[in-house]
Structures are given as C-alpha cells and as structure tokens.
Unconditional design. Structure first.
Lengths: 455, 268
C-alpha cells in the first residue's frame, strides 16, 4: 500500500515538473523522470509492467532513427505505444514518457537506450526484444574503449528469454554469440553499395580469437562480409537479408529476402546506414507478426522530423539537415550527398560543447575526402565554435580553399551569419550539424519557413 | 626530391585523429613539389624498403588492447628501429607509441605491456585520465612557440630527456613537472592528439626539413600559405587563454571572499 502511494506521489511530482517546464518553454524530455525517480528509484519497474511487450534499441548509431521508424510501423498494428522518440536516452529519458502520458496499460513500450544505460534499464525492465545496431568509436571519453561499451551491453542481458535482433554484418555481433538468448540477424548482403575496401583503413580483430578479420566486401565503416582465417568465425546466417537496392536522390527502392520470399520496399531516407536501420525495423515488426503489406505501407509513409536527413522546403529551395557526431556517421552522410548531380552548397556546424565531444579530432578520422566526389559544390560553409577546424580538415582533404567560407561562432547560437548566406543561394543546401549545432539550425530553418509562408 | 615516409600501424594505432599527421606531412610535401612515397607498415606486411632509405617514421596511439597487439609485433623490429633513431632518423610518436619507445608501461591492472626499451622512459597508467585541450611552448626554438591540441591519456610518463614543450595549460607527461613529450635526436614523442600537425604546421615543417637535411643537405623550406592553419590555432589558443583568465578571476574573487569571511570572523 505504501509503495503504491510513493508511486502516485512520484508520478505527480514528475508531471508537475513537466507542466512547469512546458510553461517556461522547455521540452522536458528527461527532468520529469529525474524528479520522479528521486522519489521512487524503481519506478521504471512498475511502469514496465504496464507494457504488454517492451523493446529496447541500443548501439552507437541509428538508435533514434530506428525508434522513430519502429513506432511509425508498429502503429499499423498497435494503438497504444509509449516511447522516448526525441532521443533522450538516459534512464530519466526512458521513464519520462510514462509520466507525461500516464495510462494504466500500453500495447508496446519502445525505447532507445544509451549503451551505458542499458544495465540500469534491464535492472528494472525485462525486455522482450533488444535491437543492437552496431558499435563504432563514438565520443570515446565516455566509456573508455569500444570493447568496454560492448561488454556493458552484453552483461546487461540477464534474462535468456529476451530475443536479440542483431546486425550480422557488424563483427561486434559475435560478442553476443555466447549468450543463450534467441538471436535474429539482419544483413545488407552484397549490392551496388558494396565496396572492396574500407574508406579508412582500419584493422578489426576477431571477437572470438583476437586474430585480424578479413573482409570480402564492405558496405560502410567496418560493416560488411567478414571472416576469421584463424578460428573460422564469420557473419552469422541472416534471417532478413537485403537482396538488391536502387539508390535515388532522397530515397531507396530495395528488396529483402525473408520467410522464403523476396519482398520490395521504399524508404524515403538517404544513407546506407538508414537501410540498415530499416532492416532492423522490418525484422522486429515481422517478428511481432505484422504482415508485409502493413510494414511496406508504413515505411513508405515515414517522414523524418528530427534533423536526421530531414528535408525542409523553403518555397523554391530545398534544404537537407542532418545530425552527425562520429567518424563513420559523417563519412556516410558525405557519401549520401554524392547522388545529386546538381549545384549545391554545404555547411558543417562543428561545436565542442560536452554534448558534442570537446575533442574534435573525430573529424580527422572521418573520410572527409569523400567531399571531393560530391558533384558541383559551389561553397562549403564552416561554422560553429570550431569553424576553423572544419576549414582545416577540408584543406587537407584537398578541397579547394577558394570555396571555403569560414564563419566562426561565439557560441552555439551564433550561426545566423553562415545560415543567412547559405540560404540566400538559390541551389540546394545540405547542412550538417553536431549535437548542439543541428537543433539550432533546425530552429532557424523552421522560423524561416514560417516567415516565408506569411509572405 | 623524394621522401620515403613510413606510416606504422595506421590501421591499429589510429586514436583521436592521428591519421591527420600523415595527411599533413604528405600534403605539405606535395604543395612544395616534394614527392612522397607513402609506405604503410602493419601486421603481416613486410617492409619493401631498406631501413637506410627510410626518411621519416610516423606512428600513432591506440587503446591498451591495440597497443599490446602492436608492441608484440614491433619488438621483432627493435634493432632496426634502434639503428634508425641513433642515425638521426626522423620519428613522430604519439601517445601510445611514445610510451612504447620506453622501458615499460604498467597498465591499470598492473600488467606490464612490453615496450621497445629504446629510450629511458617509464610510464604508469592511472585511472584518472588527463582529458582536455592543452597548450604548450615548444623547445625546438620554432616560431611561434605555442603548440595547441588535445590530450587524452591515463599514462603518467617520466624521463630526463629534453621535453618537447613546456606545459602552459593542461597536463602533459605526468601532470606534475610541466613537461610535455620528449625530444631525442630527431625523435619527437608527444601526448598531443587531435591530430598534432595540421594546426601546428611549424612542427610539421620542422620534421620535413630534418628529413630533407638528412637526405639532401637542405637547410630551408619554401613557405606556404598557412592562413587557415594559423586561424585554427589562434582560435583555440585564444579560447584557452580566456578559460585560464576566467579561472584566475574566479580564484581572485574566491580569495577576496575568503579575506572578507576572515575579517568578519575576526570581528566576531
């Protein structure tokens, strides 16, 4: 009885916090959870029990995209889903949606969870499924080496009934092969996207025996078809495999083999990594019993609104906005811009706030040289608190300095001069921003859109 | 003119942008019409070049795990590396590889990771990492004196050689003696990641010139337009100076407050 009361009080305190935040114009994606969990530390356990099924999404890249796409697709079958759609993925961000939208019962709880937070979440919730996307180097100062991050997630999978959805093309998936859990694998296979070699030469060592892995082909980063000459480890056989893909400017048509059939899909997002994200969503939705037609139609109608390859129209001009925060992500973003042959300008907002990573060396590990393959670049705008570092990286990538425009920012809000200039051009704009840079650009773009609508 | 540049284990020791040092050396040679023969040396690849033809060796840093993979492999090349260094060979060794030139490296679990024992350096790892921007003044008499970049290491390194620079902001070798890195003949060892050279082109040019001196007896290099490099360096140097000033100001106010508190206490 007493426990029930503290739950009520904690929920009430969280909700009040949320209302106050709303009044003061803040989003409140994590603080309500923090307040509630102060009062009732195991609140998530009770909340988790309200869900018929829970799904966690973790890994270095793709969490937010998968979470949003998965929510959109699952709405084809379930009415009542709770989720942290805005990317707030620490423990407070996971519990907050339960507080804001309080109900007695949910069909599904779908949560993206930061790799380091998975142990805290699985202490309280036993998920039915965990999607593990990939592991790359990302703001290394957070958890030390990438192997440590993988171990944290691995050791947090404590219930052997949890079904794991894994990316067969990422060698890191082999770290999970010793678990007794059922495993479902997805794979991209060899398509026109596949390359012989990595963009940036990097040795990957076998998770089983430590020998260097050999690759037959690479799809992006260190993701592809691999094998170990020493112990024989290789990509696990996949249950959902991409068979063919045609790339267009802004979308992909592709087919996937599963349940002994080949089925076609269209995804309105750029980037090979988004095909992988989509594969994970198809695998999970199909495992949950959604039929092909529903999945296909839901994926086609998905429009992304969170600054991850988001398309924003400004009357006669199109802008593509994308978040980028680690080397593999940035390399693939630049690769995706190569498809459009028309004149365009690019912008990179590089900030060095703690959320972005104070060490900006990752831009040197990214394959910036890809920028030389993007056709018809008129100008490249460098802005943010580390604008000059972008310019320097471009120079050493061999990009012509005459096309580099530098607009250093005093702080993260100071990006208007660069934004005004790129938007005054009448070609297409591609804007890349780090964690604190992208939302600021997005705000400016939506203000601009409103302003143009009034005219 | 042509330089043979060996890039060692770039596929393994590739922490925090060290790959940019190679790019920087290659570009700055190319822009001056110096041909570069860029040779990658890693596990399982035999050097197709005699050691006396090597003009520069670049080697980066890695995690403890990556470092122990490399050190086992590198020990086989120890005597060649020793000859190369003693014959004034040019070397830039960053972070993990700087540690590896020494006697020993005790990791966090007190495991001794085998080192090359080429130089009299000792390193011990501590759980508290030195992470942050760092500003030093170089001891190579190069102008400008200032060198900026980022450090991220758990190792505390001690030696009696001349340091690469004097720490003005940040931690350097061990956080206590204000020394950063090492200079021995034409070897530079340093903890500066980020990568070190592009933002500090005077250090890059120093390495290129030493290599050209050894091979062609040259004593100067044509200058380049380093406008962007200088802007990038100054931008972060100014930012660091401001942070330092803010710290001093806050120290001053804390000091003032303490005096005030003391006076009030005395009054009582």
């Amino acid at each position: 009885m007493k426990g029930h009361l503290t739950t009520k009080i904690s929920m009430y305190a969280g909700k009040t916090t949320y209302k106050i935040l709303q009044i003061s114009g803040k989003k409140g994606t994590a603080l309500p959870g923090k307040v509630s969990m102060k009062i009732k530390p195991n609140l998530l356990k009770e909340m988790g029990e309200k869900c018929d099924r829970t799904i966690l999404v973790t890994g270095t890249n793709g969490k937010t995209t998968i979470n949003n796409l998965l929510n959109h697709v699952l709405k084809g079958k379930y009415n009542n889903i709770t989720s942290n759609l805005n990317g707030s993925n620490l423990i407070n961000g996971v519990v907050t949606p339960f507080i804001i939208n309080k109900q007695e019962h949910y069909d599904c709880g779908v949560f993206e969870v930061d790799e380091g937070t998975v142990p805290k979440v699985t202490q309280q919730i036993t998920p039915n499924y965990i999607i593990i996307t990939n592991f790359f180097r990302d703001q290394l100062d957070r958890y030390g080496e990438v192997e440590n991050t993988i171990k944290m997630v691995h050791d947090a999978i404590t219930d052997s009934k949890t079904i794991l959805i894994l990316n067969a093309d990422n060698p890191s998936c082999l770290y999970f092969s010793d678990l007794p859990n059922p495993e479902i694998y997805y794979s991209h296979g060899k398509t026109e996207n596949s390359k012989k070699q990595m963009d940036v030469f990097e040795s990957v060592f076998c998770p089983i025996c430590g020998n260097r892995l050999e690759y037959d082909f690479i799809n992006y980063g260190s993701i592809g078809q691999y094998h170990c000459n020493n112990c024989g480890a290789k990509n696990p056989p996949s249950d959902y495999k991409l068979m063919s893909v045609t790339s267009h400017d802004g979308y992909y048509d592709f087919s996937i083999g599963y349940c002994n059939e080949q089925k076609s899909f269209r995804l309105n997002l750029m980037g090979i990594y988004n095909l992988y994200n989509c594969l994970a969503v198809i695998a999970l939705s199909s495992e949950l019993g959604l039929d092909y037609e529903t999945i296909k139609n839901r994926i086609i109608s998905f429009e992304y609104k969170l600054g991850r390859m988001e398309k924003i129209n400004l009357k006669n001009k199109e802008v593509v906005l994308v978040l980028s925060k680690n080397p593999v992500g940035l390399s693939e973003v630049l690769a995706a811009f190569c498809i459009n042959p028309n004149e365009k300008s690019l912008m990179f907002i590089l900030n060095d706030y703690p959320a972005d990573g104070e060490d900006i060396s990752w831009i040197w590990d990214a394959n910036f040289e890809k920028v030389l393959e993007i056709p018809n670049i008129k100008n490249f705008y460098c802005t943010g608190t580390r604008a000059e570092d972008v310019a320097l990286r471009l120079k050493y990538a061999g990009f012509p300095t005459s096309k580099i425009r530098i607009y250093p920012s005093k702080d993260r809000f100071d990006i208007k001069p660069a934004m005004n200039n790129i938007l005054s051009e009448d070609n297409k704009s591609y804007i890349i921003g780090t964690f604190t840079g992208m939302p600021e650009a997005r705000k400016i773009l939506y203000d601009k859109q409103k302003e143009l609508m009034k005219k | 003119m042509k330089l043979n540049i060996i890039n060692m284990y770039p596929d393994i020791l590739n922490m925090y942008g060290d790959i940019g040092n190679t790019q920087c050396i290659i570009k700055r040679c190319e822009w001056r019409g110096i041909e570069v023969n860029h040779i990658v040396s890693t596990l399982g690849s035999d050097l197709s070049i005699n050691e006396e033809d090597i003009d520069m060796v670049l080697i980066g840093g890695g995690s403890d795990n990556q470092q122990s993979i490399v050190s086992k492999n590198l020990i086989a090349k120890r005597s060649k590396f020793d000859n190369y260094i003693e014959n004034d060979g040019v070397v830039l060794a960053i972070c993990g590889s700087y540690q590896m030139l020494g006697n020993d490296y005790l990791d966090l679990n007190q495991n001794n990771i085998p080192c090359l024992e080429l130089l009299d350096i000792n390193t011990e790892s501590k759980p508290e990492r030195f992470i942050g921007n760092i500003l030093i003044e170089n001891n190579l008499n190069l102008s400008p004196k200032v060198v900026v970049r980022f450090e991220n290491h758990g190792g505390r390194t001690y030696h009696n050689y001349e340091p690469f620079g004097t720490v003005k902001l940040g931690n350097g070798n061990n956080g206590s003696d204000k020394c950063e890195g090492l200079i021995y003949k034409n070897v530079i060892g340093s903890y500066l990641h980020g990568p070190l050279l592009p933002k500090n082109p005077h250090i890059a040019d120093y390495l290129i010139l030493q290599a050209l001196k050894n091979k062609y007896n040259l004593d100067s290099l044509p200058s380049l337009d380093d406008n962007i490099e200088i802007k990038a360096r100054n931008s972060i140097a100014n930012k660091l100076a401001k942070i330092q000033k803010d710290k001093e100001i806050s120290k001053y106010w804390k000091y003032k407050k303490r005096i005030k508190d003391l006076k009030e206490y005395q009054k009582q």
